[in-house]
Write a protein that binds this ligand. Structure first.
Ligand SMILES: *[C@@H]1O[C@H](CO)[C@@H](O)[C@H](O)[C@H]1NC(C)=O
Ligand SMILES: *[C@@H]1O[C@H](CO)[C@@H](O)[C@H](O)[C@H]1NC(C)=O
Ligand SMILES: *[C@@H]1O[C@H](CO)[C@@H](O)[C@H](O)[C@H]1NC(C)=O
Ligand SMILES: *[C@@H]1O[C@H](CO)[C@@H](O)[C@H](O)[C@H]1NC(C)=O
Ligand SMILES: *[C@@H]1O[C@H](CO)[C@@H](O)[C@H](O)[C@H]1NC(C)=O
Length: 449
């Protein structure tokens, strides 16, 4: 039995679409591919009578609150249940769904947690949407075996921490959206295995720590957003691991533009892709300046700091933040041989204790994030044309670029600002202290290897 009295169904008949012989009340069903659409109808649970051969099931914008084994059948290829009120997913709900390619569970704010094996065996899964699901953690191995996954949406949750190797099996992942969470550190193996990753969006988190090797597998990454975090410094070494990088956003971080910014400054000079501004929030004489616009002379005091501190390299007094045991953020002049731990590195020219500046709002790049999010929202009503998965544009600048990029040269900014070297010199003692920290960190690094 198909339901009667629905104008849209009549229209579909006119368009030559056939109905299935059974269809849940208040839903629309048609074939080629066999589809049941029950969206926006205040359903409180999965409606009865979904034809067992349905390949596409659309249940978005209802008030469904539980997903249980048996609700769907293993022929399902596309399943959208975003914008409901799902609070529980029985772990075996999708077991045996070897044909499932697209699973959208996004915008179920009370979901909060998932069982480790919820997605196991989904060998064909291509896109998994878990944005805005109130998730504060991800169980170990939750993405295990998802070798076909290309799009993983985890933005706008409450994730504080990602366990090492969470994404280990995702060799085909192209897009990883993690913006709008509460992440504060990126460790050496956070992103291990993501060899095909093209876009990594990490903006609007609380990231203050990036391991020197955090991006080591991301050889195909073209887009990295780190804006609106709490980064005081970032080593150029981290970014040297990204040979395909084209688009980088670093604005709205409390950058400290003293000697510890030197390796980032050098990297930015070499980089041929597009970058945001890198607004300095410390030291006082640098506030408001853009790191990219500083000149070599602005770091001239750093060298003298080096020679002083090199004579004291055996004095390892000082404390190390235990979370910093991988020593990423310390500056270094070496640009090519970072990965080889056996190679004696160059002397650490300069760094200093972390200096928290208050965050300043309102840089020019914030609109990117809104566009990224609206990418999804704009398309969420379109359920028939597949436009929902037009993943091309987290922001306008990125669309339609090629893998072999004709890199646009970054223009020299107009009105290059001159920095005050005296203030840098006056920080020399601080730098020396920090050098000790850097050396300890480095030694621990070697011991651990
Ligand atoms: C969604 O579920 C939560 C938890 O059961 C409940 O507190 C909330 O009222 C529900 N919201 C709606 C709109 O039904
Ligand atoms: C990755 O995707 C390609 C198609 O884009 C597919 O041929 C390949 O099998 C996938 N890799 C794995 C490990 O499944
Ligand atoms: C940064 O992100 C926070 C949420 O994490 C948001 O409230 C704030 O408006 C953002 N700031 C800017 C400048 O975008
Ligand atoms: C770091 O120190 C070394 C040795 O003193 C020096 O050759 C190099 O130019 C310095 N790097 C920078 C960026 O000042
Ligand atoms: C190490 O440096 C500290 C000050 O930073 C100094 O008090 C101490 O005497 C030095 N120790 C040695 C062995 O040089």
């Amino acid at each position: 039995m198909f339901s009667t009295g629905c104008g849209l169904e009549f229209l579909l008949v006119l368009c030559g679409l056939k109905f299935s012989w059974s269809c849940p009340h208040h839903c629309i069903c048609y074939t080629a591919p066999s589809t049941v659409s029950c969206q926006a109808h205040n359903f409180l649970s999965i409606p009865d009578g979904i034809p067992p051969d349905s390949e596409r099931i659309f249940l978005q914008n209802n008030k469904i609150h539980r997903l249980l084994r048996g609700h769907f059948n293993p022929n399902t290829v596309t399943l959208w249940i975003y914008s409901n009120n799902i609070t529980y997913i029985e772990p075996s709900t999708f077991h045996g769904f070897t044909l499932l390619e697209d699973l959208d569970l996004g915008d179920n704010r009370h979901l909060r947690s998932l069982a480790e094996d919820t997605f196991h065996g989904l060998n064909r899964l291509n896109a998994l949407h878990l944005y805005r699901c109130g998730l504060s953690s991800l169980p170990n191995n939750i993405f295990k075996g998802l070798r076909n996954l290309q799009y993983l949406y985890l933005q706008d949750n409450h994730l504080k921490y990602l366990q090492d190797d969470t994404f280990m099996d995702l060799h085909n992942l192209s897009h990883l959206f993690l913006h709008g969470n509460r992440l504060w550190s990126l460790n050496q193996n956070t992103f291990r295995g993501l060899r095909a990753l093209d876009r990594l969006l990490l903006h609007q988190n609380q990231i203050e720590w990036v391991d020197r090797l955090a991006f080591h597998d991301l050889k195909r990454l073209t887009t990295l957003y780190l804006f609106n975090n709490t980064l005081v410094e970032l080593s150029g070494q981290c970014l040297d691991m990204l040979p395909a990088l084209e688009y980088l956003r670093l604005n709205d971080n409390p950058w400290s533009c003293d000697c510890k910014a030197l390796s980032l400054w050098e990297w930015l000079k070499r980089f041929k892709g597009s970058t945001s501004s890198v607004g300095c929030q410390a030291p006082v004489n640098m506030v408001g300046k853009d790191l990219k616009e500083l000149r070599k002379e602005d770091f001239s005091s750093c060298s003298s700091t080096v020679s002083e501190s090199r004579s004291q390299t055996n004095n390892l007094s000082g404390t190390v933040n235990p979370s910093m045991n991988r020593g990423v953020a310390v500056g270094s002049g070496d640009q090519t041989h970072i990965v080889d731990p056996s190679r004696p590195g160059p002397p650490k020219n300069c760094t200093k204790p972390r200096n928290r500046a208050s965050k300043k709002k309102g840089d020019n790049e914030v609109h990117h994030s809104k566009e990224v999010m609206s990418d999804k929202e704009d398309s969420s009503h379109d359920f028939t044309e597949g436009r929902k998965h037009d993943h091309t544009s987290p922001d306008g600048t990125v669309t339609q670029r090629k893998h072999k990029c004709p890199r646009t040269t970054v223009r020299p900014p107009s009105g290059v600002q001159q920095a005050n070297n005296k203030a840098l010199s006056s920080k020399a003692s601080l730098h020396i202290q920090a050098l000790f920290v850097a050396l300890i960190v480095r030694n621990i690094d070697h011991i651990l290897r």
